[in-house]
Design a protein around this ligand. Structure first.
Ligand SMILES: Cc1cc2nc3c(=O)[nH]c(=O)nc-3n(C[C@H](O)[C@H](O)[C@H](O)COP(=O)(O)OP(=O)(O)OC[C@H]3O[C@@H](n4cnc5c(N)ncnc54)[C@H](O)[C@@H]3O)c2cc1C
Length: 411
């Protein structure tokens, strides 16, 4: 007989990871409450590349087939260096399923499958403490500067992104975050009569400037541009026409078709991330990611930077593994009130399963990011050589399978 676990799990942060975790738990009949500090769910950054591993995770959540209808399948990748004549094939992740999703489609698809009142927006978690007697976490919530409530929950999952409050609690201090000196602008360009681009991921580079272009549908194209960060970027990032102007200025020598694409982009889809923080790979190896019944997932655990387009998919994988581990332990427990140790065992299992996966993703992103950060051809060659040795298989990350949400003991 199916048993619904009455214990409530609180998830801090309603981004991709928080929502995916709530849905994965819901699929395992565990109730959760998502606390999101923004007034409504956000989908900043236009689109997200999802490779085969991410699609597998979305299928486990039961939303893969709905989302496939919103984004065309990308057939191949092409890399063009403007200093060389011939384009080369770009193998990275393309040999398997590869699509680019509108972030709003992804967020909506997940949120629509959650029971009513799972998500509480406008609810920021200010701090978290462990009760000295029960060892259960206390969450301090705030509305602006006014302390609004004090809630007590047994299980807390921190999905509150790169500047995570919960990560501090488990020892992943924000002061340990480092920064890339490359910035990334992203946006959409709409072609009401259809665009002429092939179903391919095109990457065009000149020196330290790189432009990526991926069709989402037959009349919508997602693109991103990476360039060295400048001292003006904090000002530029606040002014959409200025972002567009700065991008066009940096694209000297790029094909006119790509410059026109940026010129005619949807202004309200534009976003410039100039302060790209990442948790260094070695920090991931040294940390535990949990304290008592508190654990972290998504960027709160492994902010990697965007350079291999895996952060979002890795966050959905976290959700699947975490829900599976929790459900296995909680459903097997004979006690009505779930014991502290049961939760800790589940979290230990989750951390063990995720650690090396996110280490390799993080190391690869670090190497690609550092290669972009440097002007020195010598240093670039060193990073390329390391990557050639460690990540020669272009599908090594996308072939990863986080497993299923189903487990033998249920049904
Ligand atoms: C430029 C760029 C391009 C990228 N491209 C890709 C890509 O193509 N493919 C890919 O897979 N990944 C990509 N990523 C990575 C991906 O966006 C992230 O890994 C993913 O969004 C992480 O999701 P998250 O839910 O962990 O964090 P977030 O998306 O940051 O969500 C955290 C949420 O928590 C909320 N929050 C924060 N603090 C609190 C608090 N104290 N109380 C309550 N709520 C709080 C925030 O408002 C937010 O909604 C990219 C990242 C960048 C920067």
């Amino acid at each position: 007989m199916k048993r619904t676990v009455e214990n409530e799990v609180v998830i801090v942060g309603g981004g991709i990871c928080g929502l995916a975790t709530a849905l994965a738990l819901h699929r395992k009949r565990i109730r959760s409450l998502v606390l999101e500090k923004s007034e409504k769910l956000r989908a900043t950054g236009a689109a997200i590349i999802v490779q085969a591993n991410g699609w597998h995770a979305l299928d486990q959540l039961g939303i893969g087939s709905t989302l496939r209808q919103t984004a065309i399948a990308i057939q191949r990748g092409m890399f063009t260096s403007l200093s060389e004549k011939e384009p080369k094939e770009l193998a990275f992740g393309i040999n398997q399923e590869f699509r680019c999703l509108k972030r709003t489609d992804l967020i909506k698809a997940i949120a629509n499958c959650l029971p009513m009142e799972t998500i509480r927006t406008g609810c920021e978690v200010l701090s978290i403490e462990l009760d000295p007697v029960t060892r259960y976490p206390h969450l301090m919530l705030s509305n602006g500067t006014i302390l609004q409530a004090k809630l007590i929950y047994q299980v807390v999952i921190g999905c509150d992104g790169v500047n995570s409050t919960i990560a501090n609690m488990v020892g992943l201090h924000q002061t340990k975050l480092l920064r890339f000196s490359t910035c990334v602008a992203r946006g959409f360009t709409k072609y009401p009569n259809g665009h002429q681009f092939a179903s391919e991921f095109a990457l065009i580079s000149r020196g330290q400037i790189q432009l990526g272009r991926i069709p989402v549908t037959h009349n919508l194209v997602y693109w991103f541009l990476t360039r060295p960060t400048t001292s003006q970027d904090s000002i530029i990032s606040k002014d959409l026409p200025l972002i567009r102007q700065s991008l066009v200025e940096s694209m000297e020598g790029f094909p006119i078709l790509t410059i026109d694409m940026i010129r005619s982009c949807k202004l309200n889809s534009l976003h410039l991330t100039y302060d790209l923080k990442y948790r260094p790979p070695w920090d991931l190896l040294l940390n535990n990611f949990k304290k008592g019944t508190i654990v972290v997932a998504g960027d709160a655990m492994h902010a990697t930077g965007p350079f291999i387009a895996q952060g979002g998919s890795a966050s959905i994988e976290d959700a699947i593994v975490l829900a599976r581990c929790l459900a296995q332990k909680m459903h097997n427990s004979t006690k009505v009130i779930i014991d502290h140790n049961v939760i800790e065992e589940a979290f230990d299992k989750y951390v063990k399963e995720r650690k090396m996966r996110i280490f390799w993703l993080s190391l690869h992103t670090f190497l690609v990011g550092k290669k972009l950060d440097t002007k020195s051809l010598m240093v670039r060659a060193v990073f390329l050589a390391i990557m050639f040795v460690l990540f020669r298989d272009p599908d090594c990350h996308s072939r990863y399978n986080c497993g299923t949400l189903h487990h033998e003991e249920e049904d």
